[in-house]
Design a protein around this ligand. Sequence first.
Ligand code: ATP
Ligand code: MG
Length: 655
Amino acid sequence: MAKQQENMGMDSVLKEKRIFKASVQFSKKSHVPSMVAYDKMYKAAEKSPDKFWGDIAKNFFWFKTWKKVVNWKNPDAQWFIGAQTNICYNALDVHVGTWRANKAAIIFEGEHGDQAVYTYSQLHREVCKFANVLKRRGIEKGDRVAIYMGMSPQLMIALLACARVGAVHSVVFGGFSSTALADRINDAKAKAVICSDGVSRRGNVIDLKKVVDDALVNCPSVLNVIVFQRSNNAVSMVEGRDHWWHELAALASVDCPAEKMSSEDPLFILYTSGSTGKPKGIMHTTGGYMVYAGYSHKHVFDIKDEDVYWCTADVGWITGHTYVTYGPLLNGATQVIYEGAVNYPDWGRIWDIIERHKVTILYTAPTAIRSFIRAGDEWVNKHNLSTLRLLGTVGEPINPEAWIWYYNVVGKKKCPIVDTWWQTETGGIMISPLPGATPMKPGSATKPLPGISVSIVKKDGSPCKANEGGFLVITKPWPSMLRDVYGDRDRFVKTYWSDIPGAYFTGDGARRDKEGYVWIMGRVDDVVNISGHRLGTSEIESALVSHEAVAEAAIASRPDEIKGNSLVAFVTLKSGYHGDSDLKHELQNHVVKEIGSIARPDEIRFAEALPKTRSGKIMRRLLREIANGNMNVSGDTSTLEDFSALEKLRVHDDE
Ligand code: ATP
Ligand code: MG
């Protein structure tokens, strides 16, 4: 953590006061129907965490039960000690024995419009066959397997088959370069790679197999590559190393007992988004992750058997692990999986999918919401979205105006919104409304889930006062907490367990209002210091986004002789607006009006696009360098989505 942020005491500038509640009918039918029920659950968990988590864990299948719920010696935790289970068994086999056998688990839609439905029993059969394929290729319990595919049922089958045989999966988002892929394969010393030949993206086929071939030149640990034929693009197959999925699966038995895994056996490695630096290989284990994935998915999304759930995240991110692959299947849900870009062939695609598949729960990211706002309401209004009953967001702070748009235009004022705060490291959602219970305030992730203890503290660990900004920490262990940074114990200890005494440090700044609502203020690395005030980025950005012309905004700072720092705002505009000096002044005044002169941007720069990670988060550290006139951005840019966005901002810098 940079020295300047040691005593953060961030000033809160936000004045958001609006409150929204779920309808009485919604609350009545929901798993947690009131704040009284939430408080009761929360207190029960606080009073005896072992009983709370033990009772939840009893809803899962275990080959052998635990001797003790948790062992905790900061920074190391073990959950459900002595127990044995298998997450794939809990995601599939337990349903196949019930009426859900013939329930749709996955409704798949390709970018070209091809569709496929997998029931729980069909998915189970495919997973068993593929698990046998892995075994035949010599994959054993504990081996690492890298997965590099487009969104498809087979991507989920690949993860589930790894889990079934006890192999540790490491999914690499199918948009990363061969170098990024090779780095991740080597970091984990993966024995095999599962990939697809290609994937459709905006009408083009991306040649994934070629990326794998290029990566593997530098990956001596990989002995086998299994290729799923999706796009029928021409690929070269290396004799002895490369095999077609369909050829191996055709020979495989549908009978494959799930491996008995110790609760603390590793389940997967997954790299963070790289918003604040070099991605970290986060390691999660089996039992605790499973329990928390199922528990949090059920309560945050209020999931029911009749729901059609759609999380638009790629399985290459943690959201796609916990809330596409594992959470929904553990709960026996029906979900939509979509291969392509949600704005292809036009901005109506996402709404069209919701209408046709009668989606009831939509979970997406603020970056997507802001881009839909920019595209215009008419795309949404063309479609019948009346089946929607719940909306969610994840990944970045959602600006209150974007929240209101999502609520009014998409949800038609009848769908609660769950703004879910969490991280790759936390494994599952930590702070979020429970939709039938928690009154919502736009821009606030509201309150921690029962069983989760968060606090906002100063550098010395002492708690902040109400509304005072500080470091967001988690003070008690939780089942799905990260166990390590793979192969880098020092980084694990240093990043999460060294800054704040006795707690897990999230890296985010936040404040808590008088009613106990948590407001995420941005990354502590992005905090700006203006005339002795420390300001979180997200509140100033939200003020800009509340102007009718602004689609997206990012705040960065640069040193200033008088004020210590001056504020630079990077802004993209909605269609139909032109960025000229009048608009610059108007935006500066708008921020002053919304939050006061302290937050007035000294400079406004209009941009076509902001630099983002491939998971859709604004990379403010790059903007900070550009604001400071650094022509060659330093630090890791391996997860940057679009280099041209950065190039264009640099060109602007020359002018
Ligand atoms: P890296 O750790 O490599 O810098 P990253 O933090 O972006 O990348 P993720 O684990 O994908 O990697 O993202 C977690 C972060 O995303 C959180 O720490 C937080 O800053 C942000 N975030 C996620 N959900 C929310 C939310 N609902 N509100 C505000 N911020 C959020
Ligand atoms: Mg992070």
